[in-house]
Design a protein. Sequence first.
Lengths: 228, 321
Amino acid sequence: MIKFEQVSKIYSGGQKALSDVSFHIQKGEMAFLTGHSGAGKSTLLKLMTVIERATTGTVSINGHNIAQVKPKQVPYLRRDIGMIFQNHHLLMDRSVFDNVALPLVIEGFSHGEIRKRVAAALDMVGLYGKERHNPIMLSGGEQQRVGIARAIVNKPLLLLADEPTGNLDPKLSMDILRLFETFNDSGTTVLIATHDLGLIARMKYRTLTLKQGRIHGAMELDAESFLD
Amino acid sequence: MSITPQINRSKLPLSGRIVMFFMRHIQQSMASLGELWRNPISSIMTMAVLGVSLSLPAAMQVLVKNAQEIVQSWDSAAEISLFVKQDQTDQAIQSLLARVKAFPEVNGVHYIDREQALTEFKKLSGFGEALDYLDSNPLPAVITVTPSAEFSSPAGARALLQKLEQQPEVSFGKLDVEWLERLQAIVNLLERTVFAVASLLILAVVLVIGNTIRLAIMNRRSEIEVMKLVGATESFIQRPFLYTGMWYGVIGGILAWLIVNIMVFFLEGALVNLLNLYGSQFNLSGLGLADLIELVVVASFLGWLGSYLSVKQHLKRIEPN
C-alpha cells in the first residue's frame, strides 16, 4: 500500500529532511511512525499525500508511482487517503455535519447518501447526535473524533494520522487508538505518526523509527523490499 | 499490493456523475448567492460600486442612442442641385429629367427652368430692377434631386452627386452636406469618447470584482487548504468564487439599469422643455427591458471574468502544508 524506495527529500533551502528511506507497508497493515520532532515524520506524510514530492527515489501509494501523478490527478489520489491532523483542520464556522460531509460533497454523492454515511461515521466515532453542533463547542477529544469521522466517511483505502493523540490524555488517546484498530480490522491500511512512545509500547504493531531523516532499528525492515 | 495504473476519477457511475454535475452547479450558485445574502454589508458596498461604475457607460449609451436618433431625422435633409449647361435644348433637358427620375437612387426631381430661376432670383436677391438691364438671362436651369433613403447619408449623397455630374447635359452639381458631415463627426467623436470611457469603467468593474474575490479567497484560506487535503479539484474549489463574481455582476447590472432610468426620468422634463422651446418634438428614451437583459448579461460576464482572473492567480498559491 505504501512503498518507499531509497527516497530522499531536500527542501529548496538545502535542508535535508529525508535520506535514503526505504520501507513497505502492506495492504491491510497497521503501523506506527515515530521519531523526534524534526526527524522527518511530517515530510514522510507529506510525500505520501503529494503535498511535497521526493527529490530522489520512488514513492508508491496503492500502486501509483507518485512521481508520475499529474497535478490534476492529485485530488483523486487524495480521495483514497483519509488524513487526520494534530490540529484537526476543521472548519470552525461549519457544523459537525458539514465538516464530516465535505469529502462526500466533493465526490458528488446525493443528499440522502451523504446523510446516511455521515450518520454512520459519527456513530462509529461516538459522536452520534452532534451533527448540528459547531466544532468550537466540542472538547479537544471530540474535535479530534470529528476529524477522524471526516477521514473515514469516504471509506478510504489508507488512513494517515499525524499525531492524532497529541493533545489528549492517556485514556482518550487509548480510545482513539482502539478506534483505529477497528478501522484496520475492516481492511483499512493505517499509519500513525506519533512521538508518544508509551502508547506504542503497549501495542504490538510494527514501528518505523526516524532519526535525522533516516530509518533506524530493525523492526521497519521488511524482507520483500530489502532482499533484492 | 494491487497494481492499478489508472487513478479513479470518481467513485460514481457516469450517469450519476452527469446528474451530480448539474446538481452541484445549481447548489453552488445558490450557495454563493446565499453567502452574499449573509454578508450584506460588504456585498452591498461592492454591488453599489459596480452599479455606479456600470451606470456611466449605460448612461452614455443612452446619450449616443438619442443623439443618433436626432441625427438620423436630419439626415434626409440632403438635397442635390444640378446646374444644366447653358446651350441645352428643351428636348435634351426633358430627356435628362426622365433619365434622372429613372435612377433607383433618386426619390424625386424638381425642375426650375431659366425663366423661373431668374424670377426667383429677382424676388429673393433684391437686385430686381438691375437685372432688367442684362441682355440675356445669365442663370442656368436647375434640377433639384431628392435622394432615396439609402442615399441620403453624406457619403451616399456624394456618390449620387458624382454619378449625376457625369451626365453630359450637367455643368456641375452642388450638395450642401457640410453641416451634416460636421454633425456626424461630432457624433462620431462622442461615440469614440463613450467607448474609451466605457472601456476604462469596464476595466474598473473587472478589477473591483477581482479584488473582492481575492479578499474572499484570503478569508477562506484555511477552508481551501482543507478542501485540497480531502481531494477537492481546482474546479470544485473555484466554482463558488466564480458564481459569486457572476452574482455581483448580475446585481450590479440591475442597479446600473435602475440608476440610469432614474437619471433619465429626472432629466427628461427639463430636456423636453428645452427642445420644445426650439420647436422640436423629441422624446428622451431610457433603457428598456432588452437593455436590462443586455446589461445584466454583459455585467455577469464581467463579474465572472474578474473573479476568474483572481481565482487563477490566487487559488494555486494556497497549498496545504
